[in-house]
Ligand binder design. Structure first.
Ligand code: A2P
Length: 341
């Protein structure tokens, strides 16, 4: 036997299917792969690398002999099976928010903080989608000039809220155009021809959970001091795929536009798309289905002394979820941090 034994937990979901797509071209030497779901989808067929697999209902014994579990089945499912997975000697690469802020769980963006993988105890967490795309941009800038303050406003696609949300945007838009009434179900407010300044529930401080994920996860991934001033406003917009972010970042050391561009042009996973004279900058429909994080509108910020403002756009299902999950698994294998690597 050679290669690692994988299980995809939530193989029938939106992100699970994308994980399988990304895995098709992955460098991981795969010995075996198991497709796991709830009882609802058990027995369904899933195709991977031209071969048909029968989806299996998840039970603890399914993790025996598995080396890496790629999970995107929700926080409660991950919590339910984490002990079985770790007991089986596998590493859980988890897409949910279940373990992200736990001290002994590395929160990793491959290419940004791979070294943190070395302290894993059987669980590695994949950051929230809005944090993920931001990290590949901020990490190299932080290494050069040290982040002092960060202001982020997000414009988030509906696919971040799942398939039902995508279906509702389509149906509601069609209804509006025909002048028909429509009952909002998947969102707290109507989404068609609108935007919603609430993603997830509100916390005691008046911020939403989604906004606080950006604040807290950024500090954890970049190893920033707990009192680093970071603020975020997260807004749901009527876009199917790709999150956009208006980012203003103030630095300790001098950093001008030219140097910012130079650093980002060399950065892993980032493409600078910034030529305003020719109206070149990233937009969500352009980045959908693509792997890199795109950065444009790079300019000296007018509100802070030594700060840069920019517009960061990326496919939330790729770098924000499936792509980073698979990249983490690749790193675990490369760094020999899993069995059979
Ligand atoms: P199922 O297809 O059986 O519902 P999405 O976020 O797109 O809704 O997908 C969620 C994924 O997580 C699906 O593959 C779903 O399987 C799976 N899932 C949900 N609950 C469980 C559970 N309790 N055990 C295992 N898989 C689950």
């Amino acid at each position: 036997m050679s290669g690692v034994n994988l299980a995809v937990l939530g193989a029938t979901g939106v992100v699970g299917s994308e994980i399988l797509n990304v895995l098709e071209n992955s460098s991981i030497p795969i010995n075996s792969i198991k497709m796991l779901s709830s009882a609802r989808s058990a027995g369904k067929k899933v195709t991977f690398k031209g071969k048909e697999y029968t989806v299996i209902e998840t039970t603890p014994k399914e993790f025996e002999g598995v080396d890496i579990v790629l999970a995107s089945a929700g926080a409660s499912t991950s919590k339910m099976y984490v002990d079985d997975i770790v007991k089986a000697g596998a590493v859980l690469v988890d897409n949910s928010s279940a373990f992200r802020m736990e001290k002994d769980v590395p929160l990793v963006i491959a290419g940004a903080n791979d070294e943190d993988l070395k302290m894993h105890h059987g669980v590695v967490a994949n950051p929230n989608c809005s944090t993920s795309q931001l990290m590949l941009v901020l990490k190299p800038l932080h290494e050069y000039a040290k982040i002092k303050r960060l202001v982020v406003s997000t414009y988030q696609a509906v696919s971040g809220a799942g398939k039902a949300a995508m279906d509702e945007l389509r149906a509601h838009t069609e209804a509006e155009i025909k002048g028909e009434s429509f009952e909002t179900k998947a969102f707290v407010k109507p989404i068609a021809f609108n935007l919603i300044p609430q993603i997830d529930v509100f916390c005691d401080n008046g911020y939403t959970k989604e906004e606080m994920k950006v604040v807290n996860e950024t500090k954890k991934i970049l190893h920033l001091a707990e009192n680093t001033p970071i603020t975020c406003t997260a807004v749901r917009v009527p876009v199917f795929v790709s999150h956009s972010e208006a980012v203003t970042v103030e630095f300790e050391k001098p950093l001008d536009v030219a140097k910012t561009r130079e650093i980002l042009e060399k950065a892993y996973g980032v493409i600078v798309m910034d030529d305003i004279e020719n109206k070149v900058y990233p937009t969500p429909t352009f980045t959908a289905g693509k792997d890199p994080v795109y950065v444009g509108r790079i300019r000296k910020d007018l509100a802070f002394d030594n700060a840069i403002s920019m517009f960061v756009v990326a496919d939330n299902l790729r770098i924000g979820a499936a792509l980073n999950t698979v990249r983490i698994a690749e790193k675990l294998v490369e760094m020999k941090l899993v069995r059979n690597a």
